[in-house]
Design a protein around this ligand. Structure first.
Ligand code: BT5
Length: 333
């Protein structure tokens, strides 16, 4: 199962101390003694947690009438902060690196070592972020969300491509929720806003001798960039540029985890309804396209998605062909 914890009723009490304190303070200010009672912790544990959080950059200030108040959070991805912001903490194993070559490489390593997942790895910057076919993915420090999830879907391997379109929908919904922008899904692995690429997905698979196959879902989401390197300047954008406001990255990252947590189980139980929503967000359906798939380049009309999310293309001779991967390069945004 993708999300073993999603059936329980997670409470602040099941969170680590710092996450529980943050969750409670986000809900309302409280005196340390109240916090200790609410969280069933000793007063010392609460005070220690508060000072750890302050050291990490959280502005937690005393207010004579209200008690302790969370005034602001740092613009950093911090595992306990993300845990505290999630509505349904379905994923507990969250790691954040300041810098790494590629979060997909790290998640792959964990999978090959036999980690059960689900787990997620974030990095504030990647020195060798990758797209498909070994292309470079620009991952500027603290300006985006660069993350990889390790999952072991309980689905026949042939159905794993469902992961890509489901994750794209989760990204689109999280963006919409946080910014009110209207993102579109460019089949199969891009999310666009106003005709520019905001996010890309890199899904890879691995195999552990005992634990079996696993999937790595790599997500790059441009949040606060105000400029891009020359080679992608024309086609890339960030949420900040599109909505003219700074993005709260931890809130966006938590929203993304929440959306993934609610959609991923559906991919096993009710993919047809997910597909309808994915199709509604599509920027390619109904349009003339050119599709590069391996050595093949075809032109036709992107007509629909089939039951597994493959693209159905109406060819000039009237036949319908299906593609499970590829790159839509023309006539579609
Ligand atoms: C993708 O590949 O769009 C998948 C990107 C996945 C990145 C995530 S970040 C976390 C995880 N760790 C990794 O190492 N990777 C994943 P593709 O469809 O092949 O698109 C790659 C192309 O997008 C490049 O050739 C550029 O043209 C363009 N590009 C590169 N960086 C970009 C950026 N930050 N924003 C928009 N476009 C970009």
């Amino acid at each position: 199962m993708l999300s073993p914890e999603s059936h329980g009723a997670p409470t602040a009490f099941s969170l680590p101390v710092d996450a529980a304190i943050l969750k409670q303070l986000r809900f309302s200010p409280a005196h340390p003694s109240e916090l200790a009672r609410q969280l069933r912790l000793s007063p010392d544990a609460v005070l220690l947690g508060i000072s750890r959080l302050q050291d990490a950059g959280f502005d937690i200030a005393p207010n004579p009438a209200l008690g302790l108040q969370l005034v602001s959070s740092p613009d950093r991805l911090i595992a306990d902060d993300l845990r505290s912001r999630m509505n349904h903490p379905w994923i507990h194993d969250i790691t954040v690196f300041e810098s790494t070559a590629s979060t997909n490489d790290l998640a792959m390593k964990r999978g090959l070592q036999g980690a059960s997942g689900p787990l997620v790895i974030f990095a504030e910057t990647q020195t060798a972020g990758r797209g498909r076919f070994g292309r470079k993915w620009h991952s500027k420090e603290k300006e985006g969300i660069w993350m990889s999830l390790l999952l072991r879907p309980r689905l026949p391997f042939a159905q794993w491509p469902r992961l890509t379109s489901t994750a794209a929908l989760a990204i689109a919904l999280a963006i919409e929720q946080q910014t009110r922008l209207k993102p579109g899904i460019k089949w199969p692995n891009d999310v666009f806003v106003n005709g520019k690429k905001i996010s890309g997905l890199l899904v890879e698979t691995g195999q552990h001798p005992e634990k079996g196959p696993f999937a790595i879902l790599g997500i790059g989401l441009n949040a606060n960039q105000t400029e891009f390197p020359e080679e992608i300047r024309e086609k890339a954008s960030s949420l900040k540029l599109e909505c003219r406001g700074t993005i709260d990255r931890p809130a966006m990252a938590a929203a993304l985890l929440d959306q993934l947590g609610s959609l991923l189980p559906e991919l096993e139980t009710d993919f047809p309804s997910l597909l309808r929503r994915i199709a509604q967000c599509s920027t390619v359906l109904g349009r003339p396209i050119r599709l590069h798939s391996g050595e093949t380049v075809i032109e036709g009309i992107a007509e629909n998605l089939d039951e597994e999310g493959r693209l159905l293309v109406r060819m000039p001779d009237g036949t319908l062909e299906r593609f499970s991967a590829g790159e839509v390069t023309t006539g579609a945004r």
